[in-house]
Each structure stands twice: as C-alpha cells, then as structure tokens.
Design a protein around this ligand. Structure first.
Ligand SMILES: NC(=O)c1ccc[n+]([C@@H]2O[C@H](COP(=O)([O-])OP(=O)(O)OC[C@H]3O[C@@H](n4cnc5c(N)ncnc54)[C@H](O)[C@@H]3O)[C@@H](O)[C@H]2O)c1
Length: 443
C-alpha cells in the first residue's frame, strides 16, 4: 500500500472528512440559504495534507508558512516543471521541517502535467506557485477535484484567464472550498487598520492615489546558463518565465499588482479605464524576452477618482514600493500606516505585526477547519485584471476600458492547454504603442 493510500484509509476522521466533503459539494449551492453547517473539513484537528505545485522561491516559502500554522499540517506531494527546482526545494524543506515533510518518491512529480498528479495524489489543499500563466488551468483542475487552494498572485495574465478564474471562484464557493490568494497586505494588521480608517472617512473623499513598484528587477535564467534538462524552446521560456507575457503578464502584473490591489481594496471597486505609457530601455536582447521595464499608468475609477501608477525594473534608479492617497481633508501613506488629516495630529499605526505571509495561511486554514466560507478569488482576479488593464494601456498607447479588457478574446499562451515541451511557444513580440492591439475584438 502506498504511503498515500495508508494516510487516506487508516484515519477515521479523514473518512468522516471525505464523507462530509462530498455532501457539501453536492449540496453546495443550497447550503448558503439553509442553516446547515458548511463544513468541508470535519474536525478541527484533522490532518491537512498539502501539495505544492511550483517549487520555486515563493512556493517553498508558502509551504514554510503553511507548516507553521498551528495544528496537524503536512506536505505530502510536490510537483514542478523541472527536476532541479523540485530537488532543491524538497531538500531545504526536509532540512527545516523533518517529519512534517512526507513526500516519498511516488509523490514527487516533474513535468507540465505534474499539477494533475499532485492534485490527484490525495492532498486536501494545493499551493499554486508556478508562473501565473498556468494559474487558471491549475486552479480549475484543483476546484474540479474538490481541493482547497492557496494561489499566488497574479492569478492570470489575460482576459480569458481572468474570466476563467472568476468562473472557478464561483464553483469553489458552491463547493465551500477555501481559496486564498497571495495578496498578503490583506492580512497585514497595519494595512487593515489604515484602510479601515480611510474607508471610515479619516481624510474625507479620496480623489487621488499614487502607487509605486520601482526596483532593480529580478533574476534572468539565460539560455547559456540553463540546466541540462532545459532543452526545447518551451522549456527555455518556462524556465526563464519572467520575460514572456504568456507566462508572467509583464512586471506590471507580476509585482505592481500588490500596489494596485491596495487602492482597489480601499475604493471597494476597480478602475473603469486606463491610459499610460511605457517601454524598455534597459531590457535588451533575447534573454529579456518581450516585457517592458517601465510603465506609468493613469487609472480612473467610477467616481472619477484617479490612481497614478508607476513601476520600473531598472538598476541604479530611485527605489520605491508604496501606496499613498490624497483626500478632501488630508492625506495618507498607506504602506507607512500614516494618516495626516487637516487640523489633526498625524496618526501612525505601530502594532505588533505578525508576518502577513504567515497570517494569510493561519486565516485560510482556520476557515477550512471551521468549515467557514473563505474565498479571495474575486478580488484576486479583478486586481490581476487591473494590472492587465494597465499593461494593455501602455502597450497600446490608447485609453482602454475595463469592460473591453475583461472581455478581450486574446489568450497569450498556446491556444490548446494540452501543450507539451515539444510545442512551439508564442514568439516574443515587444509591444509598440500606436501599433499593438493588446485587446482584440470583444469576445
Ligand atoms: N506574494 C508575494 O509577495 C510573492 C512573492 C514572490 C513571488 N510571488 C508569486 O509566486 C509565483 C512564483 O514566483 P517565484 O518567485 O516562486 O518563481 P520561481 O521561478 O522561483 O518559481 C516558480 C516555479 O514554478 C515552476 N514551474 C513553472 N511552470 C510550471 C508548471 N507548468 N507546472 C509546475 N511547475 C512549474 C518553475 O520551475 C519554478 O520552480 C509568481 O506568481 C509570483 O508573482 C508572490
């Protein structure tokens, strides 16, 4: 009997859990209206078996966060596109967590279909931390199979991907599956308190926001230095994924989403349109694919308020990651948890700050154990869409409306999700404002 089957069949609370799960799944849509316990996870101290899909830096750290959650939690399966990434991650996790890592060889999966094998391996929750281009597909399969999900931002890189995530989110709610999204500022005590005060009117009507993700940029996994298992063009792009839009969505999606999301959270809504400009000054040559290295975007919300957004990946320039707002009665540095209302002292929040990366897992796991509804999919999808809207604005040089961006039929990745390492990936094309049409005809 495999380790996996042993875990499933010998544990009475697990059998009860599975029974309760299937009832919840069948009756999911009814449960909201009836006073029936919405429990997907039966007992508060049940073992939660976690599977990791995407064993890179964030995936390994997300496992660390999950394994620190009080109660019985184990990592029982891992999957990655590449063996070298899986080996490095598993080794470091085994060193740090010992018997909380229960991943024998038969639950280690490599390749583009590794995600299915992890999801089908008997886990309760999957951590989805591959490049975001794969997220809609992985999320859909996980929810189809009744798994709780923690997935990193962004959750998609194009309109079809966001629409898919919104649809899967709806299905996850029906099944009362827990869905966490790695926009960890929502679990950061200082952000929560500052946003609450601003929403309560601390600086009056908020008409302007400024947000920044300006830094040096990230790693490059060039052709010359690629490990031996990276042979085909598809393998090269997936390994060096940051620089290809179908995989990363450009850095405006990949990183700046955090700052855009904070203002969406504060405004309780999403921009209706955007215009902007950008380009690449520093990123030249094959290994830098097609993404820009700077974007500046003006977003407009329904109430006429504006968000001015700046993101840059160029070394030796001004470094800044923050969010600020201006209101009719004062101003705030949200990232600094500081509010200065006219005629009042500056308010500054200095709490004991639990690490928001830990806290987002504590909150998700508590909901799963209590059977409480927990789903961050919608704002995860719409903040991803906000960053995609910004990219469409800078790539086109035109005013783009959110409704057109969201309805866009352009899928950046291969048309067929069943692609293999032999499939030819999209040919990189650097967008030219005034020429490029990143939206396409409405779906
Ligand atoms: N919330 C945060 O603060 C935060 C911080 C860092 C990264 N992230 C997010 O986490 C995600 C991963 O980023 P990272 O820094 O860990 O990148 P990474 O390159 O270190 O890790 C990604 C891993 O996914 C693997 N992979 C690629 N395609 C795959 C596939 N189809 N199936 C299985 N595995 C696949 C890669 O081989 C790699 O090991 C990104 O979406 C990123 O934005 C979030």
């Amino acid at each position: 009997m495999s380790e996996n089957r042993k875990l499933e069949s010998n544990d009475p609370s697990r059998r009860e859990f599975l029974k309760t799960s299937s009832v919840a799944v069948v009756g999911g849509s009814l449960l909201a209206g009836l006073a029936v316990p919405r429990s997907v996870h039966a007992a508060g101290d049940d073992l939660i078996k976690v599977g990791l899909i995407g064993c890179g830096g964030r995936g390994s750290d997300a496992v660390r966060n999950a394994l620190k959650v009080p109660g019985a939690v184990k990592l029982t399966a891992v999957g990655d596109a590449f063996q070298y990434k899986l080996d490095a991650s598993l080794k470091s996790l085994q060193r740090a967590f010992g018997d909380k890592i229960e991943v024998p060889a038969e639950r280690q999966f490599v390749g583009l279909d590794a995600y299915k094998k992890v999801i089908d391996s008997g886990v309760d929750l999957v951590i989805l931390t591959t490049p975001p281009g794969f997220r809609p597909m992985h999320f859909k399969y996980a929810v189809e199979k009744g798994k709780h999900v923690f997935m990193e931002k962004p959750v998609a890189v194009d309109g079809p991907g966001v629409r898919s995530v919104l649809e899967t989110t709806r299905k996850a709610k029906e099944k009362n599956l827990g869905v966490g999204v790695g926009l960890q500022r929502h679990h950061h005590a200082a952000y929560i308190e500052t946003i609450r005060r601003l929403q309560d009117g601390a600086i009056g009507h908020i008409h302007t926001a400024r947000v920044y993700w300006n830094g040096d940029g990230v790693w490059v996994r060039g052709r010359k230095d690629a490990p031996a298992e990276v042979k085909t063009e598809m393998q090269y792009q997936v390994n060096n994924w940051y620089y290809f839009n179908w995989l990363s969505g450009d850095h405006i999606c990949e990183q700046h989403i955090h700052n855009l999301d904070v203002i969406n959270w504060l405004k309780k809504g999403y921009p209706i349109k955007a215009q902007g400009m950008g380009g690449r000054e520093f990123r030249k040559g094959d290994d830098y694919g097609e993404i820009y290295d700077h974007h500046a975007v003006e977003f407009e919300y329904e109430d006429g308020s504006r968000m001015f957004s700046f993101c840059r990946h160029i070394p030796h320039c001004w470094v800044q990651v923050s969010e600020h707002v201006q209101g009719s009665k004062g101003k705030a540095d949200i990232s600094g948890a500081t509010i200065a209302a006219d005629g009042q002292d500056v308010w500054k929040f200095r709490p004991d700050r639990p690490d928001p990366y830990d806290q987002e897992h504590v909150d998700l796991f508590a909901a799963i154990r209590n059977g409480a509804p927990y789903n961050e999919g919608e704002y995860g999808a719409m903040s991803s869409m906000t960053s995609i809207l910004g990219r469409m604005a800078t790539y086109s040089g035109k005013v783009i409306e959110m409704k057109d961006a969201l309805a866009s039929p352009i899928k950046l990745g291969p048309a067929d999700d069943g692609f293999t390492w032999q499939t030819t990936p999209p040919v990189p094309q650097v967008a030219v404002p005034g020429v490029t049409d990143p939206v396409g005809k409405r779906a």
